[in-house]
Design a protein around this ligand. Structure first.
Ligand SMILES: *[C@@H]1O[C@H](CO)[C@@H](O)[C@H](O)[C@H]1NC(C)=O
Ligand SMILES: *[C@@H]1O[C@H](CO)[C@@H](O)[C@H](O)[C@H]1NC(C)=O
Ligand SMILES: *[C@@H]1O[C@H](CO)[C@@H](O)[C@H](O)[C@H]1NC(C)=O
Ligand SMILES: *[C@@H]1O[C@H](CO)[C@@H](O)[C@H](O)[C@H]1NC(C)=O
Ligand SMILES: *[C@@H]1O[C@H](CO)[C@@H](O)[C@H](O)[C@H]1NC(C)=O
Length: 378
């Protein structure tokens, strides 16, 4: 088959590149390669390999070509210094899988509305398009990653990640298509990128530290989120995250640690902490949540369509040291029914007057010391 011979060719090229420090693999412009799941793998490769992507790599659309139990489509693993650059495109051709996830996911009300076009959709919807695992000094720049079946770009167990001047592009109604997913990774810089997708633009999961995100256009997409906070009672241990200078369009939410200089436009909930987050139709009033503290929102301006502020913290682990500074949020259209700011078990301070006034925040600290307990030892 054509696909498998291309895979063999990529593997052969990789085997030789792996032996030479700072070697370059070239995917030439104006060519399109159909490639099945493939791993470009160390750990015995020489450092600083460059993958120069000028052409297009497309994914198969049949489940046979994907196989089952995979963790990604294109994987780079256990490398020291790996750069993917160029003006080329990685196209996951995910639409066939998005329709199928409408079948599989009866709990997601929105995706129920997507009517499958025929009954022969494939089984086993596949996984992230491009994944880096267990690597040092990873750079992704220039390229476009589009229409992934699910997440577009994932970093797991990486140290030293730099993503800039690149794009993610998939429709706002494509289910579970996160832009960038970070997990157990540190020293991460994401800047000057356009992220358009159907789920979180950037999702920062457990085990991440020293993450700096700035000058990102997010939309369509659900914003930048931290943790699957309290989801399935899991712990999200995340520290030193900075997010600044973000432009959002469409529906969205923001959750995190320091959010600074954020311009929002027609965002449903511009400022959100939701310890009750769940993606099932019936959510319990969860009590085992991740402790959240030291969250600052500063210079958040623009328009909202539902509620300016939604800070829903847990009864046994209130959010503390939540600081709101220089907030100016206006309803998108006066005639809509809008909700007032909502806070539940949220403690902290307002350092400036806000628009609208936010009087639901408890000034100071919770009376009993419920913050430090076994839940938040990371
Ligand atoms: C990562 O890059 C830095 C800076 O260029 C370098 O000092 C370091 O040795 C690299 N790490 C590895 C594991 O190659
Ligand atoms: C229906 O499924 C077949 C077989 O997978 C596919 O070739 C065709 O494009 C699909 N039609 C639509 C409208 O999605
Ligand atoms: C960004 O990437 C594109 C290729 O997609 C390239 O043409 C352009 O020069 C890059 N811009 C910067 C500032 O590096
Ligand atoms: C926090 O992360 C930034 C990079 O985003 C880094 O420069 C800084 O040293 C980190 N702070 C700590 C205390 O590790
Ligand atoms: C959680 O439960 C309490 C008590 O039953 C209730 O008052 C509170 O509104 C609930 N929290 C949320 C965010 O719904």
């Amino acid at each position: 088959m054509w696909t498998s011979s291309i895979k063999l060719a990529f593997q052969a090229v990789w085997a030789s590149a792996c032996k030479v420090e700072a070697s370059t693999i070239m995917v030439p412009p104006e060519l399109t390669f159909l490639v099945g799941p493939i791993s470009f793998s160390g750990p015995y490769c020489q450092p600083n390999i460059v993958f120069q992507l000028e052409g297009t790599i497309i994914a198969p659309t049949s489940s046979k070509a994907w196989g089952s139990g995979l963790l990604q489509w294109l994987e780079f693993t256990k490398l020291r210094g790996i750069t993917i650059q160029g003006s080329g495109t990685i196209d996951g051709r995910g639409s066939v899988w998005w329709q199928q996830s409408a079948y599989d996911d009866p709990i997601d009300d929105e995706s129920k509305l997507i009517v499958p076009l025929n009954n022969t959709v494939e089984e086993n919807p596949p996984i992230p398009a491009l994944r880096f695992y267990g690597s040092f000094n990873v750079t992704v720049t220039g390229i476009t990653i589009q229409n992934s079946p699910q997440c577009h770009l994932k970093f797991d167990n990486c140290i030293g990640v730099s993503v800039y001047n690149m794009s993610v592009s998939s429709p706002g109604d494509s289910p579970n298509t996160d832009g960038i997913h970070l997990q157990n990774s540190r020293d991460v810089l994401i800047r000057s990128t356009n992220l358009a997708c159907g789920d979180d633009c950037v999702s920062i999961q457990t085990g991440c530290t020293n993450v700096y995100i700035h000058n990102v256009n997010c939309g369509p997409g659900h914003g930048i989120s931290i943790g699957s906070l309290g989801k399935d009672a899991s712990r999200a241990c995340v520290s030193n995250i900075t997010v600044r200078d973000i432009k959002y369009g469409g529906s969205g939410s923001v959750q995190g640690v320091l959010f600074s200089n954020i311009q929002v436009s027609e965002v449903e909930l511009p400022i959100v902490i939701d310890q009750y987050y769940c993606d099932k139709s019936e959510c319990k009033n969860q009590t085992s949540a991740v402790a959240l503290s030291g969250i600052t929102y500063e210079k958040i301006r623009g328009t909202y369509t539902v509620k300016p502020v939604h800070l829903a913290c847990s009864d046994n682990l209130p959010c503390v040291d939540v600081t709101l500074t220089d907030i100016e949020l206006k309803p998108q259209q006066e005639q809509y029914h809008m909700y007032d700011a909502f806070c539940w078990q949220t403690f902290g301070e307002l350092t400036t007057p806000t628009v609208p006034p936010i009087d639901c925040l408890h000034v100071g600290k919770p009376s009993s010391n419920r913050i430090q307990n076994d839940h938040d030892s990371c």
